[in-house]
Design a protein around this ligand. Structure first.
Ligand code: ADP
Length: 446
């Protein structure tokens, strides 16, 4: 097992990793920017190294400074968390060549899955159903037109290197196609450094259902069931739950088997997520694979009783995955509490948390780095807490979430708490009748 892990991240996920390490008897070192001097990850780690000014480019994305921090703290592995460098193949490569274990898949696997067009091709070859779309990259108008007409409108033009819900454009007809294709390429180049795009059939109504997988160094891959992440705003997840109200045992079995097959095809190592779109006829299609631990992993932990972080660290250290059958119990829901103002287009609301009360009770979990007096910096994402509940049934889980949201008090900044209360009271949500278009029709007033 590792002796010391350097955590190349911040916020709640840095704390989550610190907890897992300390429970495993592993020492921790963290990096932090000047904006995070007073952050809890700095306080709770065994060691902390300041790596630069607030902008991520000069700190959490600065590879040489992070490697130097690992060297001076004598760490033997690096956990990248999610976001920042978690899916950066050069970072994984540099860690390896510096003698540090990167807690995640190999650089080659990250590159393969990071190119969404290549990932589609790989899954196709492994006989995993893929969202209907173009044969790889479309590089000129003729190709994009042929693909769109073959698929039938509406279609989506997607950046091959895209991520974080960005780099996607819906096109409804031939007239819009040329302009959308040009803009998509320019935007992809500016945002992701590559103009490559491909075309997919726009599947709506559909559901975002993802399968959590884990692979060890001996070639074993297992899955931990699904998470439904269809409650999204601008392609970004706000609420996640497991099991999905849409998925029955037979479909779960088939999707799980497909995910394992896909992951095995690339000899997958570590924690990963295979994202699918599921239509109302319960056909499922591979959309993309995320090669990291995800924000929403706690819902899976709650229903399976498995600590995914500890498992991820153990397999990175060479341990074999347990052969024990994963048996989900009950229902878990997560609400992302963001420092954003839902009444003003969810604009970020950084600033000082003047007062804070965290909910509690039986099977109520809060993963957060916030505390009373904490100043939320404006430089990073706006996630300040994840509220997760677990109960025997979906209905009980929703009622528990409502109670927990009621108890949650954050003053000094705007948050999404009130918004989540309304979602939990919505009839369609309560009946489990929702798809990825749900929030577009949802009207929020305070
Ligand atoms: P990212 O990597 O940026 O998260 P994804 O490919 O995972 O991008 O897509 C994000 C979200 O966009 C999905 O969860 C879904 O809601 C929507 N989406 C993506 N592709 C399609 C599609 N072909 N049809 C309908 N919705 C889609």
């Amino acid at each position: 097992m590792f002796k010391k892990i350097l955590i190349a991240n911040r916020g709640e996920i840095a704390l989550r990793i610190i907890r897992a390490c300390h429970e495993l008897g592993i020492k921790t070192a963290v990096v932090y920017s000047e904006a995070d001097r007073d952050s809890l990850h700095v306080r709770f780690a065994d060691e902390a190294v300041c790596i630069g000014p607030p902008p991520a480019k000069e700190s959490y994305l600065n590879i040489p400074r992070i490697i130097a921090a690992a060297e001076i703290t004598n760490a033997d592995a690096i956990h990248p968390g999610y976001g920042f460098l978690a899916e950066n193949p050069s970072f994984a490569e540099i860690c390896a060549s510096s003698g540090l274990t990167f807690i995640g898949p190999t650089s080659e696997m990250i590159s393969l899955m990071g190119d969404k067009a290549l990932a589609r091709e790989t899954m196709n070859k492994a006989e995993v159903p893929v969202v209907p779309g173009s044969d790889g990259i479309v590089s000129d108008l003729k190709m994009v037109r042929e693909a769109a007409q073959g698929l039938g409108y509406p279609v989506m033009i997607k950046a091959a290197a895209g991520g974080g819900g960005r780099g996607m454009r819906i096109v409804f007809n031939d007239e819009e196609l040329e302009k959308s294709f040009q803009t998509a390429g320019t935007e992809a180049e500016a945002a992701f450094g590559s103009p490559k795009v491909y075309v997919e059939k726009f599947l709506e109504p559909s559901h975002h259902v993802e399968i959590q997988v884990m692979g060890d160094r001996l070639g074993n891959v297992i899955h931990f069931g699904e998470r439904d992440c269809s409650i999204q705003r601008r392609h970004q997840k706000l609420v996640e739950e497991s099991p999905s109200p849409l998925i029955d045992d037979d479909l779960r079995e088939r999707m799980g088997a497909a995910a394992v097959k896909g992951a095995k095809a690339v000899n997958y190592l570590g924690a990963g997520t295979i994202e699918f779109l599921v239509d109302n006829e319960k056909n499922f299609y591979f959309m993309e694979m995320n090669t990291r631990i995800q924000v929403e992993h706690p819902v899976t932990e709650e229903v399976t009783g498995v600590d995914l972080l500890k498992t991820q660290i153990s397999v990175a250290a060479g341990e074999r995955l347990s052969k024990r059958k994963i048996k989900p119990h009950g229902h878990a829901i997560e609400c992302r509490i963001n420092a954003e103002d839902p009444l003003h287009d969810f604009r970020p609301s950084p600033g000082k948390i003047t007062s804070l009360h965290i909910p509690g009770g039986f099977r109520v979990r809060v993963d957060t780095h916030a505390y009373a007096g904490y100043e939320i910096p404006s430089h990073y994402d706006s996630l300040i807490a994840k509220l997760i509940v677990h109960a025997p049934t979906r209905n009980e889980a929703i009622n528990k979430m409502r109670q927990a949201l009621e108890e949650f008090v954050i003053e000094g900044v705007h948050t999404t708490i009130q918004f989540h209360k309304k979602v939990m009271m919505d009839e369609s949500f309560r009946n489990g009748k929702y798809d990825i278009g749900f929030l577009e029709k949802f009207v929020f007033t305070d």
